[in-house]
Design a protein around this ligand. Structure first.
Ligand SMILES: Nc1ncnc2c1ncn2[C@@H]1O[C@H](COP(=O)(O)OP(=O)(O)OP(=O)(O)O)[C@@H](O)[C@H]1O
Ligand SMILES: [Mg+2]
Length: 255
């Protein structure tokens, strides 16, 4: 895996954005957001966190929601990940209407097709890195080859030699890699990442961005990330710029 980002060096900026994704798959929409609004009721006030948002993310891309704090990035990710439902509009995931799915169906979809990565890593301190990844497979009801699958995910993120270390023996960047390995372990079609570099310095942040890009190109996974890190412009195939619950700009590189 010669292109794999190493944990100790800053990987190069990707050469030709979009080429691998284009070669790997046709532009089939993994996520299609149709006129989605999310209105929160706060006492007597209505807060419109999302206002009539429509967008598409094709298969095999790294897509990013960028925007200031409060622009609606997390709210939109939560809708796409089936953690919350729109007040109006619908989202089609892998061509299926989420509005038509029951809570149980959404849970199944999350468990088997979506991997989540959060700013805070959320790994269990008393488990080794590998055990943290295995736990996700256990939750997903995977019994067969669990250890091997977990180990493969650790290798994808460049942490094979660290598999048996405890989280406190790992740097912040390495802990976030464990969280990414965990998200990948169920072989999801889509990875949703909310501010995955938010707690990292710029060197580690860049390595994590490069790792996401690597996963998209080598594993064929689609990644949707929320971030306000300007570095994302170098790594994402599509950047959706959000402002005040609306899309203000879309920048595409190679898709
Ligand atoms: N549960 C909630 N109840 C009420 N208002 C909410 C709730 N969640 C979010 N909001 C509001 O919706 C808007 C969008 O919030 P959101 O968390 O999606 O922004 P964000 O872009 O992710 O911000 P950040 O960069 O700080 O994470 C904000 O005005 C926020 O106050
Ligand atoms: Mg947020």
């Amino acid at each position: 895996m010669e292109n794999q980002p190493q944990s100790q060096s800053v990987p190069p900026t990707p050469s030709q954005p979009g080429e691998a994704a284009k070669a790997a798959a046709p532009a089939e929409a993994v996520v299609k957001v149709e006129s989605v609004s999310r209105i929160y009721q706060v006492g007597a006030l209505e807060v419109a966190a999302l206002r009539e948002i429509s967008l598409e993310a094709p298969k095999g891309v790294l897509a990013a929601f960028k925007g200031r704090s409060g622009s609606g990035k997390t709210t939109l990710l939560n809708m796409i990940g089936g953690l919350d439902r729109p007040t109006h509009g619908d989202i089609y995931l892998f061509g299926r209407s989420m509005a038509k799915m029951s809570g149980r169906q959404l849970t199944d979809l999350r468990r088997h097709h979506i991997g989540f990565v959060f700013q805070s890593f959320a790994i269990i301190p008393s488990f080794s890195a590998l055990e943290n990844v295995e736990l996700m497979l256990r939750i997903a009801g995977v019994w067969k080859d669990r250890r091997e699958r977990a180990m493969r995910s650790m290798e994808i993120v460049g942490l094979g030699p660290w598999a048996h270390h405890r989280p406190w023996e790992l740097s912040g960047g390495q802990q976030q890699r464990v969280a990414i390995a965990r998200a990948l372990s169920t072989r999801p079609d889509l990875v949703i990442a909310d501010e995955p570099t938010g707690e990292l310095d710029s060197t580690n942040g860049r390595q994590i961005m490069a790792l996401f890009r690597y996963i998209v190109e080598k594993e064929g996974v689609t990644v949707i990330m929320a971030t306000h890190d300007p570095m994302i412009e170098e790594y994402a195939h599509i950047v959706f710029e959000l402002s005040d619950g609306q899309i203000k700009d879309i920048r595409r590189r190679g898709v």
